[in-house]
Design a protein around this ligand. Structure first.
Ligand SMILES: Nc1ncnc2c1ncn2[C@@H]1O[C@H](COP(=O)(O)OP(=O)(O)OP(=O)(O)O)[C@@H](O)[C@H]1O
Length: 481
């Protein structure tokens, strides 16, 4: 033990850690860490940010504790040195110890300068004509809750940060949280979930307000017109958790940006929580002042990606269950394969299917009905299956490496798979015989013709072949309809 240095101890820890988590996670969360010192059985490591430290605590606490025990013995401790980027761009070293759980980060204490402030009673004087707002309204949709927000690789970071915020509003290092991503990917749902959870867990302790940037702008314009700009500012400065959706609409609106800049500063300084969303990353929003862009990046910017197949499947299953229906996995698979670009389309597909079934008094929804009902929607998001995908399906079925069908080998099982893949490529793609031949290792079109006629012949003579091909056709149809 005496011969250990900070570097060698940490490198031993890394070896253990590598064996326990995926390579990707190891690379993302552990490789960037630097060992700093080893003194009195305490290893100090430097992590790049407060967020980093919180992430390690949240996800790897137990693993780190047992790793340290293995490398440094039972008395071993891990101490973090956190390089915090603060709003004033100063660096701050902060230490936290394992195994005891640390106290929450020492962010600015929440200071409420309005001692007689009662969120529930404050009136919002900035009402767009036609919209009635008696008390301060959170404007939250009660359906947008974490319980209904399916987690996947596409949203894991943003969702974790959102959860952390709702547990400790204003006293975390994700201030502001900036969530961005394409349309229908769940930004509004996620940021409203934070508001709903805070209201559920903390009641009136926090004045939560959700507002779209468009509404904010309209209210502001109205306030200026009515000489009530300072009331407008006061109102927004009283919010404890301010959620502003679609912030990209501030683009080009200089006065609104200026007003928002001052509100942002005041809230941030008072330790109030700010949550923003946009269809793109802060730096990519055009016509927004640099000082605002830089503030948007003070906390955490997290993007939402297009959900992967498994998440799409889980979302569909959940949406069907929410409607009291359990759909056959074939149907979920069909929809998940055909609606890939965003969650709103997925949801639209399932709503249309359920609505049609209910109107037609259908007792059991089957795949044929689903294909029929959704065929127009599918057409617009129709994906042409590629020869490569067909090769993948066929090789997967035969349990062989995909490259094999593109190689020269004459092994019987590979020849058979290659011929079937050629046959299916002709049937399901618009590619010419020449193109198909080229994609199978540069064969000429007569080889493709021979493959197709061989498969056709076997189809009429061998039930086993017929079954294999029909299984493959089903897979391809589900993927390409
Ligand atoms: N991970 C998810 N789990 C469950 N439902 C989701 C998920 N992501 C999105 N949704 C649902 O998809 C629909 C669209 O989501 P939302 O309105 O939040 O998207 P958005 O990113 O704000 O879109 P836009 O930019 O167009 O406003 C909502 O009904 C939401 O509930």
């Amino acid at each position: 033990m005496d011969t250990l240095t900070a570097e060698s101890a940490w490198s031993e820890c890394l070896e253990i850690i590598q064996d326990n988590i995926s390579y990707q996670k190891y690379k993302s969360w552990f490789e960037p860490i630097n060992p700093v010192k080893l003194e009195n059985d305490t290893l100090t490591i430097q992590v790049p940010s407060q967020f980093w430290y919180e992430w390690l605590e949240e996800h790897y606490y137990n693993m780190l504790r047992s790793t340290i025990a293995k490398v440094l013995g039972r008395e071993g401790k891990l101490e973090y040195s956190v390089l915090v980027e603060k709003s004033d761009r100063m660096e701050d070293n902060r230490s936290v110890m394992l195994p005891q759980r640390p106290s929450p980060p020492n962010n600015p204490q929440q200071v409420n300068t309005f001692s007689d402030y009662h969120p529930g009673k404050i009136e919002n004087p900035f009402v767009i004509p036609g919209i009635k707002k008696a008390n301060i309204e959170s404007n939250l949709n009660s359906n947008y809750v974490f319980e209904r927000y399916i987690e996947g690789d596409c949203n894991r970071l943003a969702r974790s940060a959102a959860m952390a915020i709702s547990e400790n509003p204003g006293k975390n290092s994700f201030n502001p949280l900036f969530v961005y991503g394409g349309t229908g990917l769940g930004k509004t749902h996620l940021i409203q979930s934070i508001g709903n959870k805070i209201k559920q867990d903390f009641g009136d302790d926090f004045a939560v307000m959700y507002v779209s940037s468009e509404t904010f702008t309209n209210e502001f314009v109205q306030a200026i017109r009515n000489n009530r700009a300072s009331e407008f500012t006061t109102f927004y400065r009283n919010i404890d958790v301010l959620i502003v959706d679609d912030i990209q609409f501030f683009s080009g609106k200089e006065k609104t940006q200026e007003e928002f800049f001052h509100i942002f500063n005041a809230l941030h300084q008072d330790g109030k929580q700010i949550i923003l969303s946009s269809d793109r990353a802060p730096k990519d929003i055009p016509d927004i002042e640099d000082r605002l862009i830089s503030r948007f990046s003070w906390g955490l910017s997290a993007d939402l990606q297009i959900p992967e197949y498994e998440t799409r499947f889980a979302i569909l299953e959940r949406k069907a269950n929410d409607n009291g229906i359990t759909l056959d996995p074939n149907i979920l698979e069909f929809i998940a394969h055909n609606f890939k670009s965003n969650v709103r389309d997925l949801e639209g597909a399932i709503i249309k299917l359920l609505a049609t079934a209910s109107l037609k008094h259908v007792d059991e929804i089957d795949l044929t009905l689903a294909k029929n009902v959704l065929k127009d929607m599918v057409k617009s998001s129709h994906t042409q299956i590629s020869i490569e995908s067909i090769q993948n399906y066929v090789c997967e079925h035969f349990g062989i490496d995909t490259n094999k069908v593109r190689e020269k080998t004459r092994k019987q099982e590979i020849v058979e798979a290659r011929q079937i893949a050629m046959f299916l490529s002709k049937k399901y793609t618009k590619s010419s015989l020449k193109t198909i031949g080229l994609q199978f290792g540069g064969r000429d079109h007569s080889t493709v013709i021979h493959a197709i006629s061989t498969v056709e012949e076997r189809l009429s003579t061998s039930p086993k072949h017929k079954r294999i091909i029909s299984e493959l056709e089903q897979k391809i149809e589900v993927a390409s309809l």
